[in-house]
Design a protein around this ligand. Structure first.
Ligand code: SAH
Length: 258
Protein backbone atom coordinates (compact mmCIF):
# COMPACT_ATOMS: atom_id res chain seq x y z
CA UNK A 1 0.00 0.00 0.00
CA UNK A 2 1.45 3.37 -1.01
CA UNK A 3 1.32 5.95 1.72
CA UNK A 4 0.14 9.43 0.90
CA UNK A 5 2.37 12.28 1.91
CA UNK A 6 -0.35 14.89 1.54
CA UNK A 7 -2.30 13.16 4.31
CA UNK A 8 0.69 12.94 6.63
CA UNK A 9 0.57 9.18 6.68
CA UNK A 10 3.06 7.50 8.98
CA UNK A 11 1.65 4.21 10.16
CA UNK A 12 2.59 2.85 13.55
CA UNK A 13 4.39 -0.46 13.31
CA UNK A 14 5.84 -0.70 16.82
CA UNK A 15 3.52 -2.99 18.78
CA UNK A 16 4.85 -1.80 22.13
CA UNK A 17 3.95 1.81 21.26
CA UNK A 18 0.47 0.87 20.02
CA UNK A 19 -0.15 -0.89 23.32
CA UNK A 20 1.18 2.03 25.34
CA UNK A 21 -1.17 4.41 23.54
CA UNK A 22 -4.16 2.16 24.06
CA UNK A 23 -3.26 1.72 27.73
CA UNK A 24 -2.96 5.49 28.18
CA UNK A 25 -6.43 5.87 26.67
CA UNK A 26 -7.89 3.22 28.98
CA UNK A 27 -6.18 4.86 31.96
CA UNK A 28 -7.55 8.32 31.24
CA UNK A 29 -10.83 7.95 29.37
CA UNK A 30 -13.71 6.44 31.34
CA UNK A 31 -15.51 3.52 29.68
CA UNK A 32 -18.96 4.11 28.16
CA UNK A 33 -18.04 7.62 27.07
CA UNK A 34 -17.74 9.10 23.59
CA UNK A 35 -14.34 8.63 22.00
CA UNK A 36 -13.22 10.09 18.70
CA UNK A 37 -10.13 8.82 16.92
CA UNK A 38 -8.86 11.11 14.20
CA UNK A 39 -6.82 9.51 11.43
CA UNK A 40 -7.30 5.79 12.14
CA UNK A 41 -5.36 4.88 8.98
CA UNK A 42 -5.25 1.11 8.71
CA UNK A 43 -6.78 0.88 12.17
CA UNK A 44 -3.83 -0.26 14.24
CA UNK A 45 -5.13 1.60 17.30
CA UNK A 46 -8.79 1.37 16.29
CA UNK A 47 -8.80 -2.40 16.38
CA UNK A 48 -7.94 -2.33 20.08
CA UNK A 49 -10.33 0.52 20.91
CA UNK A 50 -13.29 -1.10 19.21
CA UNK A 51 -13.02 -4.00 21.69
CA UNK A 52 -13.21 -1.71 24.70
CA UNK A 53 -16.44 -0.37 26.12
CA UNK A 54 -16.39 3.04 24.40
CA UNK A 55 -18.81 4.83 22.14
CA UNK A 56 -16.22 5.01 19.42
CA UNK A 57 -16.17 6.98 16.20
CA UNK A 58 -13.31 7.48 13.79
CA UNK A 59 -12.73 10.24 11.28
CA UNK A 60 -10.56 9.56 8.24
CA UNK A 61 -9.88 11.66 5.17
CA UNK A 62 -8.45 8.98 2.88
CA UNK A 63 -11.10 6.83 1.17
CA UNK A 64 -8.60 3.98 0.73
CA UNK A 65 -8.10 3.84 4.49
CA UNK A 66 -11.84 3.87 5.05
CA UNK A 67 -12.11 0.78 2.81
CA UNK A 68 -9.33 -0.95 4.73
CA UNK A 69 -10.82 -0.40 8.17
CA UNK A 70 -14.26 -1.45 6.96
CA UNK A 71 -12.77 -4.67 5.62
CA UNK A 72 -10.42 -5.42 8.50
CA UNK A 73 -12.46 -4.30 11.49
CA UNK A 74 -15.93 -5.79 11.09
CA UNK A 75 -16.90 -4.72 14.63
CA UNK A 76 -16.67 -1.11 13.45
CA UNK A 77 -20.08 -0.21 12.07
CA UNK A 78 -20.79 2.08 9.17
CA UNK A 79 -22.17 4.85 11.40
CA UNK A 80 -18.98 4.85 13.47
CA UNK A 81 -16.91 5.96 10.49
CA UNK A 82 -16.93 9.61 9.49
CA UNK A 83 -15.30 10.20 6.15
CA UNK A 84 -13.74 13.61 5.63
CA UNK A 85 -11.37 16.27 6.87
CA UNK A 86 -11.52 16.34 10.67
CA UNK A 87 -10.23 19.88 11.04
CA UNK A 88 -12.83 21.31 8.68
CA UNK A 89 -15.78 19.65 10.35
CA UNK A 90 -18.19 21.04 12.85
CA UNK A 91 -17.39 19.05 16.00
CA UNK A 92 -21.11 18.41 16.47
CA UNK A 93 -20.98 16.04 13.48
CA UNK A 94 -19.42 13.38 15.66
CA UNK A 95 -21.62 13.09 18.77
CA UNK A 96 -24.07 15.97 18.36
CA UNK A 97 -23.49 18.40 21.17
CA UNK A 98 -22.24 15.72 23.56
CA UNK A 99 -18.87 15.73 25.21
CA UNK A 100 -16.21 13.48 23.65
CA UNK A 101 -12.61 12.50 24.24
CA UNK A 102 -10.14 12.91 21.39
CA UNK A 103 -7.36 10.47 20.53
CA UNK A 104 -5.09 9.55 17.67
CA UNK A 105 -1.74 9.19 16.08
CA UNK A 106 -2.51 12.44 14.39
CA UNK A 107 -1.51 13.58 10.90
CA UNK A 108 1.37 15.99 11.51
CA UNK A 109 0.41 18.37 8.72
CA UNK A 110 -2.67 19.47 10.65
CA UNK A 111 -1.32 19.36 14.23
CA UNK A 112 -1.72 23.06 14.98
CA UNK A 113 -5.16 23.18 13.41
CA UNK A 114 -6.19 20.22 15.52
CA UNK A 115 -4.93 21.87 18.67
CA UNK A 116 -6.71 25.13 17.88
CA UNK A 117 -9.88 23.16 17.14
CA UNK A 118 -9.54 21.69 20.60
CA UNK A 119 -9.06 25.07 22.17
CA UNK A 120 -12.16 26.42 20.42
CA UNK A 121 -14.18 23.41 21.60
CA UNK A 122 -12.70 23.01 25.07
CA UNK A 123 -16.11 22.63 26.71
CA UNK A 124 -16.81 19.61 24.51
CA UNK A 125 -13.40 17.91 24.77
CA UNK A 126 -12.30 17.01 28.32
CA UNK A 127 -9.38 14.77 27.36
CA UNK A 128 -6.98 14.40 24.49
CA UNK A 129 -4.32 11.74 24.08
CA UNK A 130 -2.39 12.08 20.91
CA UNK A 131 0.80 11.62 19.01
CA UNK A 132 2.42 14.74 17.60
CA UNK A 133 5.80 15.53 16.24
CA UNK A 134 7.99 16.14 19.27
CA UNK A 135 8.48 19.80 18.49
CA UNK A 136 4.73 20.46 18.58
CA UNK A 137 4.30 18.31 21.70
CA UNK A 138 7.09 20.32 23.37
CA UNK A 139 5.30 23.56 22.57
CA UNK A 140 2.07 22.35 24.13
CA UNK A 141 3.63 21.21 27.40
CA UNK A 142 6.38 23.85 27.69
CA UNK A 143 6.63 25.70 31.00
CA UNK A 144 7.23 29.47 31.08
CA UNK A 145 10.85 30.37 30.52
CA UNK A 146 11.54 27.60 28.05
CA UNK A 147 12.42 28.22 24.44
CA UNK A 148 9.36 26.43 23.07
CA UNK A 149 6.84 28.22 25.34
CA UNK A 150 4.48 30.07 23.00
CA UNK A 151 0.92 30.78 21.90
CA UNK A 152 -0.21 27.16 21.97
CA UNK A 153 1.31 26.61 25.41
CA UNK A 154 -0.45 29.58 26.99
CA UNK A 155 -3.83 29.10 25.33
CA UNK A 156 -4.02 25.37 25.98
CA UNK A 157 -2.51 25.46 29.46
CA UNK A 158 -5.10 28.04 30.47
CA UNK A 159 -7.71 25.29 30.18
CA UNK A 160 -5.85 21.99 30.19
CA UNK A 161 -3.27 20.23 32.30
CA UNK A 162 -0.73 19.31 29.64
CA UNK A 163 1.68 16.45 30.06
CA UNK A 164 4.09 14.53 27.89
CA UNK A 165 3.58 10.78 28.33
CA UNK A 166 6.40 9.31 26.24
CA UNK A 167 8.68 9.78 23.25
CA UNK A 168 8.46 7.75 20.07
CA UNK A 169 11.36 7.29 17.65
CA UNK A 170 11.02 7.54 13.85
CA UNK A 171 11.66 3.80 13.44
CA UNK A 172 8.30 3.06 15.10
CA UNK A 173 6.53 4.16 11.92
CA UNK A 174 6.30 3.16 8.29
CA UNK A 175 7.44 5.26 6.54
CA UNK A 176 9.60 6.76 9.29
CA UNK A 177 9.07 10.51 9.70
CA UNK A 178 12.12 12.80 9.70
CA UNK A 179 11.42 13.91 13.26
CA UNK A 180 10.93 12.42 16.72
CA UNK A 181 7.41 12.14 18.04
CA UNK A 182 5.75 12.28 21.43
CA UNK A 183 2.44 11.27 22.92
CA UNK A 184 0.85 13.91 25.10
CA UNK A 185 -2.10 13.96 27.47
CA UNK A 186 -4.32 17.00 27.90
CA UNK A 187 -6.90 16.99 30.67
CA UNK A 188 -9.37 19.81 31.06
CA UNK A 189 -8.64 21.72 34.27
CA UNK A 190 -11.18 23.30 36.61
CA UNK A 191 -11.18 26.73 34.97
CA UNK A 192 -14.64 27.36 33.59
CA UNK A 193 -14.03 30.90 32.44
CA UNK A 194 -10.92 32.97 32.75
CA UNK A 195 -11.37 35.93 35.05
CA UNK A 196 -10.68 38.22 32.09
CA UNK A 197 -12.17 38.78 28.66
CA UNK A 198 -11.23 35.67 26.69
CA UNK A 199 -11.17 37.28 23.27
CA UNK A 200 -8.81 39.96 24.52
CA UNK A 201 -6.74 37.28 26.29
CA UNK A 202 -6.21 35.44 23.02
CA UNK A 203 -5.34 38.68 21.27
CA UNK A 204 -2.84 39.70 23.96
CA UNK A 205 -1.15 36.29 23.86
CA UNK A 206 -0.90 36.30 20.07
CA UNK A 207 0.41 39.88 19.96
CA UNK A 208 2.92 39.25 22.72
CA UNK A 209 4.43 36.26 20.93
CA UNK A 210 4.32 37.83 17.47
CA UNK A 211 7.85 39.04 18.23
CA UNK A 212 8.99 36.90 21.08
CA UNK A 213 12.38 38.57 21.50
CA UNK A 214 10.79 41.92 22.20
CA UNK A 215 9.54 43.42 25.42
CA UNK A 216 5.79 43.41 25.95
CA UNK A 217 5.66 47.17 26.11
CA UNK A 218 6.71 47.19 22.46
CA UNK A 219 4.59 44.39 21.09
CA UNK A 220 1.52 45.39 23.13
CA UNK A 221 2.03 49.14 22.74
CA UNK A 222 -1.23 49.74 20.91
CA UNK A 223 -3.14 48.25 23.86
CA UNK A 224 -1.23 49.96 26.68
CA UNK A 225 -1.92 53.31 28.31
CA UNK A 226 1.11 55.48 29.17
CA UNK A 227 0.72 54.42 32.76
CA UNK A 228 0.74 50.70 32.03
CA UNK A 229 3.79 51.07 29.79
CA UNK A 230 5.78 52.14 32.85
CA UNK A 231 5.05 48.95 34.75
CA UNK A 232 7.83 46.46 35.27
CA UNK A 233 5.97 43.46 33.89
CA UNK A 234 5.85 45.07 30.44
CA UNK A 235 9.64 45.15 30.27
CA UNK A 236 9.58 41.35 30.16
CA UNK A 237 9.50 39.08 27.17
CA UNK A 238 6.42 36.95 26.61
CA UNK A 239 8.19 33.69 27.38
CA UNK A 240 8.70 34.82 30.97
CA UNK A 241 5.00 35.26 31.72
CA UNK A 242 2.95 32.49 33.25
CA UNK A 243 -0.62 31.81 32.17
CA UNK A 244 -1.76 33.69 35.29
CA UNK A 245 0.47 36.66 34.33
CA UNK A 246 -1.26 36.78 30.94
CA UNK A 247 -4.64 36.70 32.65
CA UNK A 248 -3.54 39.47 35.00
CA UNK A 249 -2.23 41.76 32.27
CA UNK A 250 -5.36 41.16 30.17
CA UNK A 251 -7.48 42.18 33.17
CA UNK A 252 -5.32 45.25 33.69
CA UNK A 253 -5.58 46.26 30.03
CA UNK A 254 -9.33 45.72 30.08
CA UNK A 255 -9.68 47.95 33.16
CA UNK A 256 -7.48 50.68 31.74
CA UNK A 257 -9.82 50.98 28.77
CA UNK A 258 -12.92 51.56 30.88
N1 SAH B 1 -3.52 5.96 13.31
C1 SAH B 1 -2.81 5.34 12.22
C2 SAH B 1 -2.50 6.31 11.07
C3 SAH B 1 -1.68 7.51 11.42
S1 SAH B 1 -1.21 8.43 9.99
C4 SAH B 1 -1.56 4.68 12.73
O1 SAH B 1 -1.16 4.96 13.84
O2 SAH B 1 -0.97 3.89 12.01
C5 SAH B 1 -2.40 9.74 10.02
C6 SAH B 1 -3.77 9.35 9.49
O3 SAH B 1 -4.59 10.52 9.46
C7 SAH B 1 -3.78 8.81 8.05
O4 SAH B 1 -4.61 7.68 7.98
C8 SAH B 1 -4.36 9.96 7.21
O5 SAH B 1 -5.01 9.53 6.05
C9 SAH B 1 -5.30 10.60 8.21
N2 SAH B 1 -5.60 12.02 7.99
C10 SAH B 1 -4.78 12.96 7.47
N3 SAH B 1 -5.35 14.18 7.47
C11 SAH B 1 -6.58 14.00 8.01
C12 SAH B 1 -7.66 14.89 8.28
N4 SAH B 1 -7.56 16.18 8.00
N5 SAH B 1 -8.80 14.39 8.81
C13 SAH B 1 -8.89 13.06 9.12
N6 SAH B 1 -7.89 12.18 8.89
C14 SAH B 1 -6.75 12.64 8.35
Amino acid sequence: MKTKKKYGQHFLINVGIKEKIVQAIIDHVPFKENLLEIGPGEGVITKYLVKEDYKLKVCEIDPDMVEIIKRDIPELKEDQIVFGDAVRMDTNIFFDKEVFHLVGNFPYNVSSQLLFMMYENKEQIPTMIGMFQKEVADRVVAPPGSKTYGILSVLLQAYYDCKRLFLVSPGSFNPPPKVDSAVILLTRNKTKNLSCDEVLFKRVVKMAFSQRRKMLRNTLRSLLTEELQQKEIYTKRPEHLSVQDFIDITTEIEKSKQ
